[in-house]
Design a binder for this molecule. Structure first.
Ligand code: IPM
Ligand code: MG
Length: 364
């Protein structure tokens, strides 16, 4: 079959990790008789440099025409890059937020799984790592603090900045439904994370989540405060199955969840709307400090490509093939620098970003 896949390479390590993932997709196409037509789309700092805008209207139109979009990462060093001297709505991240909003990508799925082969790279206590974990964060992506009204003003000579956190019940309901549907296909437990001891928006979150739960008597629901959740993730991540949460909490908790899998370079993600369309990206950032050195870990992007095949193109067998190939690569002791075992590198083969792509592709 023919499919149209948009590629937003972006900034920093984005181009290298998307190229590595594309090598894997090409191999899938060859093996299973598909054609993936690649259309590159500018977003982020590279788009600012080329057009003056982090995301142009044309780029959004092009993205809409694709069956799915694979993304690398956007943004630069927030202290030193000239992009951060621009007003907030002109900065690289504004492009990503605009894309999420214009495509209605309200559901962000971030699975965090500790590969047994990477226990050594897990920063948690050995006994905790030995138990393993397999959870998925379901993050609301188009509401909350990220999209609330904000402004900075001077009041009697004192500068003051305001951000607002708003959720309506419909926004909460649709993401809660997503989380319960996903839980049904997994271990049937939803942990809804909020700050209901302080925030009104969290109290509404709890109420609506409970209403949705009424339709899922086979799924267990627990509520957890976000500070406790941050703590439980490093104490006993094995307790979680589906973690449902709002935009900002999900941003923070998903970096934490990624890190305990061994590296930010292992966590894939899918951002979905009400249709089959999705934007697929690693959860990690653009890592400008290691960009262009061919040492980044492309596995999160490769696993994001697998999610793309599964959720947007319904190519489950092909998605399985990628996930199995990643497992084989790890079994074979092939590692990028970020996932080395603590006890030295004697037992492993250290590779760069593009070679990692090639090694996964070879095992498809
Ligand atoms: C993420 C990123 C983005 C976010 C940034 C780049 C705006 O951190 O996808 O987690 O905060 O959502
Ligand atoms: Mg983040």
């Amino acid at each position: 079959m023919d499919y149209r896949i948009g590629v937003i390479a972006g900034d920093g390590i984005g181009p290298e990790i998307t190229d590595a993932a594309w090598t894997v997709l090409e191999k899938v196409a060859e093996k299973y008789g598909h054609h993936f037509e690649r259309t590159d789309i500018l977003m982020g700092g590279c788009s600012i440099d080329a057009t003056g805008e982090p995301l142009t209207d044309e780029a959004i139109e092009t993205a809409k025409k694709q069956d799915a979009v694979l993304m690398g990462s956007i943004g630069g060093n927030t202290s030193t890059s000239p992009w951060y001297k621009l007003p907030p709505e002109k900065r690289p991240e504004a492009g990503l937020l605009r894309l999420r909003k214009s495509l209605g990508l309200f559901a962000n799925l971030r699975p965090a799984y500790l590969y047994p082969q990477l226990k050594e790279a897990c920063p948690l206590k050995e006994a905790t790592a030995d138990k393993g974990f397999d959870l998925i964060i379901v993050r609301e992506l188009t509401g909350g603090l990220y999209f609330g009204k904000r402004h900075t003003e001077s009041l009697n000579g004192v500068i003051q900045a305001t951000d607002t956190l708003t959720y309506n019940e419909n926004e909460i309901r649709r993401i809660a439904i997503k989380a319960f549907d996903i839980a049904r296909k997994r271990r049937k437990k939803v942990t809804s994370v909020d700050k209901a001891n302080v925030l009104d928006s969290s109290r509404l979150w709890r109420k609506v989540t409970e209403e949705v739960w009424a339709d899922y008597p086979d799924v267990e629901l627990e509520h957890m405060l976000v500070d406790n959740c941050a703590m439980q993730l490093v104490r006993d991540p094995g307790q979680f199955d589906v973690v449902l949460t709002e935009n900002m909490f999900g941003d923070i908790l998903s970096d934490e969840a990624a890190m305990i899998t061994g590296s930010l370079g292992m966590l894939s993600s899918a951002s979905l709307n009400e249709t089959k369309f999705g934007l697929y990206e690693p959860s990690g950032g653009s890592a400008p400090d290691i960009a262009g050195q061919d040492i980044a870990n492309p596995i999160a992007t490769i696993l994001s490509a697998a999610m793309l095949l599964r959720y947007s193109l319904d190519l489950d067998e092909e998605a399985d093939a990628i996930e199995n190939a990643v497992r084989k690569v790890l079994d074979d002791g092939i590692r990028t620098r970020d996932i080395l075992p603590r006890e030295g590198t004697d037992q492993v083969k250290v590779v760069g970003c593009s070679q990692m792509g090639g090694e996964v592709a070879e095992r498809i």
